[in-house]
Design a protein around this ligand. Sequence first.
Ligand SMILES: NC(=O)c1ccc[n+]([C@@H]2O[C@H](COP(=O)([O-])OP(=O)(O)OC[C@H]3O[C@@H](n4cnc5c(N)ncnc54)[C@H](O)[C@@H]3O)[C@@H](O)[C@H]2O)c1
Ligand SMILES: O=C(O)C[C@H](O)C(=O)O
Ligand SMILES: [Mg+2]
Length: 603
Amino acid sequence: MWNLTRFASSRLSRTRRLFCSAIPGPCIVHKRGTDILHDPWFNKDTGFPLTERDRLGLRGLLPPRVISFEQQYDRFMDSYHSLEKNTKGLPDSVVALAKWRILNRLHDRNETLYYRVLMDNIKDFAPIIYTPTVGLVCQNYSGLFRRPRGMYFSAKDKGEMMSMIYNWPSQHVDMIVLTDGSRILGLGDLGVQGIGIPIGKLDMYVAAAGINPQRILPVMLDVGTNNQKLLEDQLYLGLRQPRLEGEEYLSIVDEFMEAVHTRWPKAIVQFEDFQMKWAFETLDRYRKRFCMFNDDIQGTAGVALAGLLGSARAQGRSLANFPDQKIVVVGAGSAGLGVLSTAVQAVVRMTGKHETAAQNFFLLDKDGLVTKERKNLNPAAAPFAKDPGQIVGLREGASLLDVVKKVKPDVLLGLSGVGGVFNEEVLKALRESDSTRPAIFAMSNPTMNAECTAADAFKHAGENIVFASGSPFENIQLGNGKVGYVNQANNMYLFPGIGLGSLVSGARFITDGMLQAAAECLASYMRDEEIQKGILYPSISSIRHITAEVGASVLRAAVGEGLAEGHGEVGPKELAHMSKEETVEYVFRNMWFPIYSPLVHEK
Ligand SMILES: NC(=O)c1ccc[n+]([C@@H]2O[C@H](COP(=O)([O-])OP(=O)(O)OC[C@H]3O[C@@H](n4cnc5c(N)ncnc54)[C@H](O)[C@@H]3O)[C@@H](O)[C@H]2O)c1
Ligand SMILES: O=C(O)C[C@H](O)C(=O)O
Ligand SMILES: [Mg+2]
């Protein structure tokens, strides 16, 4: 059922070989002179060779000395390290924003160099351009704003989107990340300021999946905000009106989806950080019409499932015992319900039984344990609602502490958006878990919203736990040379591969089968030795490799379901005839790699 065979260990050297063989093809440019210097896509700063300076009318517009890409790279990293030194001791948020600014300035100026430093230093830079710092950036967006990035469609643009979409300068767009800003991480409704999230996600697409940055598009659908503070803020850059609701809202999203697919029929749209009602509704509305997915529901579910399977392995169980794991999920929103549905599907695949598949899963929301007695029970949560009294003493709305004490779960998984709900008492209660090695997933973002910190988890729940969080934490030194490993259970391990695999297969839709393939691939990635140490996910440093494997799995699933229409020169038949190894190589070949291409001017 779950193929956990490890891929060849020579994979890293193969990755390197594939990248090193890439010789940059020429790049046609229709601009000259300062227009090129001001275009971050073409700009090489002092790296323009003299011949190119002549050809492109740059002679005299730059200091005479030509600096190599490597020298530029080193110079940037030196500045970055000086900044790190100079900001030591300052509050974390000040340091994080200073680091974000220096990276953002490079992004605005020279994309090739930016993406190269990002790729090579992804472990250090992901927490700055992505979670958690991106949350701080969104909160401060209107003040930090210097220049726009991506596209903004507002409620005032109704009827205009079909023409507006042609304002985007790029001929081709492959990957779009779209938000309406209504549930930004665990920070709530940030309105137009949520644009930082699509930008950060797409940076990860470039770094991890090698999507060409000229073919990405971050999009904000500004339908207003219900955040009173923002509505009153004179500097707020979004529409100062309450959010559209109902049909009015849906008609805006419909118009956007039609406009995008009219111009770029094969573009993949990732829905990100929509409040729950719209997350489910839009997924349902579009998934059979367009190539799209909801990252918070579907990407998160795959990453969590891979982690849950890893936890079972770490607890010394065979995967066949996964259905016996008692899992308490705290948070019945788009992410929590996505995780539970996917876990139930996995149990059904393993046992063939539908009726009892959810029996070991417990769901809590802000009102406590969800049971069939719940008034106004959300239909999406209904399959996980317990019969009151199924466990003696557990009533409708039972507190998390009571649930943990009575259920003695193997896994406690938080997607509540509420920092600290796994408090000392709850964590201590987990010591009585039926498992010798309980797992804690504090998946809410950003760091302040994590259900508990890594340090508290190891301190209160015991040193033997398996721990994962959505935002990064340092490993915990437990003394006597022992390490408490911290995993980052974040959908960044899957969304880039889901998008890439869908793109290079030319999939018409993104199906459950493709998502399952992605999750299984991630689950099978880790060796037993690593899992035994409590390491559930690979190091983010190998994110390109993971993404290629995930992308290839998604591609094979699309081919298997007859949904792959091919990509570029490669048709569906060729895809169907590729071996597993060939699919991985094909995916790698389609990854963009940041190196300066020779620029050729054409009028
Ligand atoms: N790690 C990841 O990859 C990942 C992916 C998606 C979402 N998330 C995080 O998950 C969180 C939730 O996202 P969402 O889209 O599901 O949000 P949501 O608003 O749809 O759902 C939040 C849920 O938490 C419940 N809740 C609130 N307070 C609670 C409390 N005190 N105790 C128990 N439950 C409580 C709410 O009732 C609701 O059911 C966010 O912080 C987000 O950043 C993380
Ligand atoms: O953005 C992230 O880091 C993960 C997830 O999509 C979230 O909404 O928290
Ligand atoms: Mg998200």
